[in-house]
Design a binder for this molecule. Structure first.
Ligand code: ACM
Length: 636
């Protein structure tokens, strides 16, 4: 209290939080006059040193490499230390297991928590209070290394705060996964879901099934638009891909655990299983061992216009094949040993049924088990899978399809096809992780299709931010949290992986950590803008699409065959300038003030955003023919 008052004396508590730029927003933050200045010789007091090792290391590394100052640690009570990390001897119930209390005064910094995780999150918050150069990996000169004086109380809204990384479609190395974890924890995510298997690769060594990685981890190298490539010739070298050895997995799991991140492993079955079937073709319902190859981006599914799909090659495990279950027993035995987290994800999504419908074995199974539909066949499979997983001491989680045709009794559900699966599951008493395409799919484009690598949908930052994970109609206790998913069919490298993650994952972090009452888009957008230069120092790539114009063409109901265009922005206070004459607009061009009619012979709309007379968004050029297509006019 004495230290706290040192700042308070200078001025009364101020509620003005304009200069605090924390993401995710804490439960409460009180700003006071005055600053904490890092001394040239920084002493960290950490009395429970062993349990606080990661917090101490994070501070030591981050503070010393950027400031060049000496940083030392003491496990003794040290009133003169600059930074005090304190585990409450009597737990404060309001902080739970992940909460913390952080004060910075002119005398020093104190982070208190009930558990080491809380201290670690307090450290992340403290680092965000320092100048952005604190993120530099080299000493930076002429910076005032100081924070405002603040008192922050903070704890999370949800306990499951996840990101999913698809390491199957494109393989990301152990080092890249660790760097991913380093980024996640800055924003207090605590769960990494690794999508370890799919048609494009099996990425985890299973010692009792060596072909899964000898064969299943390798495809032919292709660069370009995934999904459109011709099938590789039979004799083409397959050296694209890779896998994690069990040692790698143990290393990743430990790295994550040290940073309070659980790893949820996913084996996506019974669909999405071509890599497994290429390795062990006898697991399929359909003969033809030679045809099964790990997918190299060729077309293997036929997606029907109004929904529905058929597989062009049987990429499913056969639920009627008794060899499948001992195979899965081996897989889950080894996974359960490798991953300490309580859940194993068993996929279940997008399982094509057209080959099952032609299979005599499946027909016999349906007769024997009195299964009426293909969904019931999948449900039969899911229930057997659940028994296997539970026999290894783990709980099952799966995509919302696992509810179809009768649910797996104890499974938790990850709701991805919008929120209805999650609502249904919660009403049936299942635990639910919300992960809907409509708000939390990080493979979707962040801005206009004319500027982004092409993907089939757009999801802007403000839409992600607007998400409320607890639907009105359900008991909140069933919604254990949420996660955003980065599918990587179109993500060929780590720079693009970062670009797709940020800043949308900042919105995800805030939706999952911060209190609902804190939701304020304008305030958040300003904090995101302040986070960008910090990411520049971290050399992390991100999208600036939040500053771009949103182009919304629609049919002109006053005139056949023509359209009008609305322009808007996600961020408030921007001006939009446009041209139809093919030249590049600037702030001397017409400024958008209302719906645009397109001049009769115009071929391009070009738009750019400005703020306070300076360009801020990127110029977007869209052919008028594309605008018409977007508005739903038939192609001429
Ligand atoms: C999914 O996006 N297929 C779960």
């Amino acid at each position: 209290m004495f230290l706290l008052s040192a700042c308070a004396i200078l001025n009364a508590f101020s509620q003005d939080q304009s200069s605090l730029v924390l993401i995710p927003a804490p439960v409460s933050q009180k700003m006071m006059t005055g600053h904490f200045i890092l001394p040239r010789s920084i002493v960290i007091e950490a009395r429970n040193a062993s349990s606080l090792e990661q917090s101490v290391q994070t501070l030591k590394t981050t503070l010393s490499r950027s400031t060049g100052y000496a940083v030392s640690v003491t496990s003794q009570a040290s009133p003169t230390a600059a930074i005090h990390l304190v585990i409450n001897s009597t737990p404060d119930p309001s902080l739970g297991t992940e909460g913390y209390f952080l004060t910075t005064t002119i005398k020093g910094v104190t982070i208190r928590a009930n558990q080491p995780a809380g201290i670690f999150y307090g450290v992340q918050t403290f680092l965000q209070l320092l100048p952005k150069e604190i993120e530099s990996t080299r000493p930076v000169k002429n910076i005032s290394w100081m924070t405002p004086c603040v008192a922050i109380t903070d704890y999370p809204r949800f306990s499951w705060r996840g990101l999913m990384l698809d390491v199957s479609r494109h393989f990301f190395t152990k080092q890249e996964v660790k760097a991913f974890i380093d980024q996640m924890v800055k924003y207090k995510f605590n769960l990494l879901h690794m999508h370890l298997t799919d048609d494009e690769g099996w990425r985890v060594e299973i010692k009792s099934l060596p072909r899964l990685t000898q064969v299943g981890a390798w495809s032919a190298t292709r660069v370009g638009t995934f999904g459109t490539f011709p099938a590789p010739p039979a004799n083409e070298v397959r050296d694209y891909g890779g896998f994690y050895t069990q040692e790698d997995i143990r290393e990743i799991v430990k790295y994550a655990r040290d940073r309070f991140v659980d790893i949820l492993p996913e084996v996506d079955i019974p669909g999405h299983s071509l890599a497994a079937i290429a390795s062990y073709p006898e697991l399929s319902c359909t003969d033809g061992a030679d045809q099964y190859k790990v997918r190299s981006g060729e077309k293997i599914m036929d997606w029907h216009k109004g929904g529905g799909f058929d597989a062009l090659i049987d990429n499913t495990l056969c639920p009627a094949n008794e060899k499948v279950y001992p195979f899965l027993d081996k897989v889950f035995t080894e996974l359960a040993d490798l991953f300490p987290f309580g859940y194993i994800h068993v996929g279940g999504d997008e399982c094509a049924k057209n080959f099952w419908a032609k299979s005599d074995a499946v027909k016999q199974l349906m007769d024997k088990e009195n299964l009426k539909t293909m969904e019931e066949v999948q449900s039969y499979f899911e229930k057997r899978v659940e028994k296997i997983v539970e026999s290894k001491g783990k709980k099952v989680i799966g995509w919302d399809e696992i509810l179809e045709g009768g649910h797996a009794p104890n499974a938790a559900v990850m709701s991805w096809r919008g929120v209805k699966g999650g609502i249904q599951a919660a009403k049936m008493g299942h635990s639910v992780v919300m992960s809907p395409t409509t708000f939390f799919y990080l493979d979707y484009m962040q801005g206009d299709a004319a500027t982004e690598p092409p993907v089939y949908a757009t999801l802007r930052l403000n839409k992600t931010y607007s998400y409320e994970p607890v639907p009105d109609s359900v008991d909140p206790k069933y919604i254990i949290g949420g996660q955003a998913n980065l599918w990587t069919e179109q993500v060929y490298n780590t720079r693009h992986m970062q670009y797709m993650l940020w800043p949308r994952s900042l919105a995800v972090a805030e939706v999952l950590w911060s209190q609902k009452s804190k939701k304020d888009w304008n305030n958040f957008a300003a904090r995101v803008e302040a986070a960008f230069p910090r990411m520049d120092v971290q050399q992390v790539k991100y999208s600036r699409a939040m500053f771009d114009a949103i182009i919304s063409p629609k049919k002109d109901y006053n005139a056949n065959d023509s359209i009008v265009v609305d322009l808007s922005t996600e961020v408030h206070g921007l001006d939009i300038y446009y041209s139809f004459d093919n030249s590049n607009p600037d702030n001397f061009y017409p400024k958008y003030t209302g719906t645009l009619n397109i001049p009769k012979d115009a071929s391009w709309l070009k738009v750019i955003t400005y703020r306070d007379g300076k360009p801020i968004g990127q110029q977007i050029n869209v052919p008028v023919a594309d605008l018409k297509r977007r508005a739903g006019l038939p192609d001429k």
